[in-house]
Design a protein around this ligand. Structure first.
Ligand code: CP
Ligand code: NVA
Length: 306
């Protein structure tokens, strides 16, 4: 049984496919799930800003008949006013689940260690596993069987890259991260992804050459500077510009689908022409955050319902 969702590796291929199918069911028949979280309260904690995550959890929990309580970092980072352990002990005395967006992955593992209720990672320095679920839900809707696809990520190797890479490996999707030298994904997470991919007949690659993205069915961009990194975007522009997701690059890869987790920096990592163009599935992808997360919450908080 699924207890927490901290790095996404809690789901094997069977579990991930089951969850994506449940998300499609919830999306198609929301009325059937309108009481799936009745009487349940979920605390959503945010150390960093958010639009999509905050709203998709809040509105999503509401659509399942549950109650979401938003807590920002008005009292400073978690662990400043009182320890993360005490946060977990207190919150789980009232709530049925915790969703947390934090700076350090360690904060999540500590929350999970002391919480008696499930903890969900809604972004940390290393992972963004709820995002990856929504991304693969979108790919499944657009292309069908994701094990037949190649997905190319372009830009900085970051939390989003890691979660995409791990879920691609789990689902048997070929994956390439095309990143400039010095901005590659974490080598330990890459190794883990390679091992999982090998078991599922898929490949994981990292390259600094755009040519590695040729033949991809979908291309994916994220910001060149993640939250918490104070580097001005202008300062890294020259380094990342060759990796910009623009019309010429899209045509060169031959990809049919464009994804971006957002927030997007138009004319930096992606052009408006591509973001608003016919291959873009970016708003469908944002909507799918809610459906994928709702499937996850029902699985974690009320497994007997499904
Ligand atoms: N994609 C995503 O997590 O967006 P927010 O930062 O707005 O939540
Ligand atoms: N890599 C980005 C993702 C935002 C959803 C960040 O961490 O800021």
């Amino acid at each position: 049984m699924l207890k927490n969702f901290l790095n996404g590796l809690e789901l094997d291929q069977k579990g991930a496919l089951k969850l994506l199918n449940l998300a499609q069911k919830i999306k198609a028949n929301p009325a059937d799930f309108s009481q799936a979280l009745a009487g349940k309260s979920v605390v959503t904690l945010f150390e960093k800003p958010s639009l999509r995550t905050r709203l998709s959890f809040d509105i999503g929990i509401n659509k399942l008949g549950g109650h979401a309580v938003y807590l920002d970092s008005q009292n400073g980072a978690m662990g400043a006013r009182e320890s993360v352990k005490d946060f977990a002990l207190n919150i789980s005395a009232w709530a049925d689940g915790i969703v947390a967006r934090v700076y350090a992955h360690k904060t999540l593992t500590t929350l999970a260690e002391y919480s008696s209720v499930p903890v969900v990672n809604s972004l940390c320095d290393l992972y963004h596993p709820c995002q990856a679920l929504a991304d693969f839900l979108t790919l499944q809707e657009v292309h069908g069987d994701v094990s037949k696809l190649k997905l190319a990520y372009l830009g900085e190797g970051n939390n989003v890259t890691h979660s995409l890479m791990l879920l691609a490996a789990t689902l048997g999707t070929d994956f390439v991260a095309v990143c400039p030298k010095g901005s590659s994904p974490d080598s330990q997470i890459l190794k883990q992804a390679e091992q999982i991919a090998a078991m599922n007949g898929a490949s994981v690659m990292v390259s600094d050459r755009i040519e590695a993205a040729v033949g991809a069915n979908a291309v994916y961009a994220d910001t060149w500077v993640s939250m918490g990194d104070k580097t001005p975007l202008e300062q890294v522009k020259a380094k990342y510009m060759p990796y910009q997701l623009n019309q010429a690059l899209l045509e060169k890869t031959g990809a049919q689908t464009v994804l971006h987790c957002q927030p997007a920096h138009r004319e930096f990592e992606i052009t408006s022409e591509v973001m608003d163009g016919p291959a873009s599935k970016i708003i469908q992808q944002a909507e799918n955050r809610m459906h994928a997360q709702n499937a996850l919450l029902v699985t974690l908080l009320n497994p007997n319902f499904v």
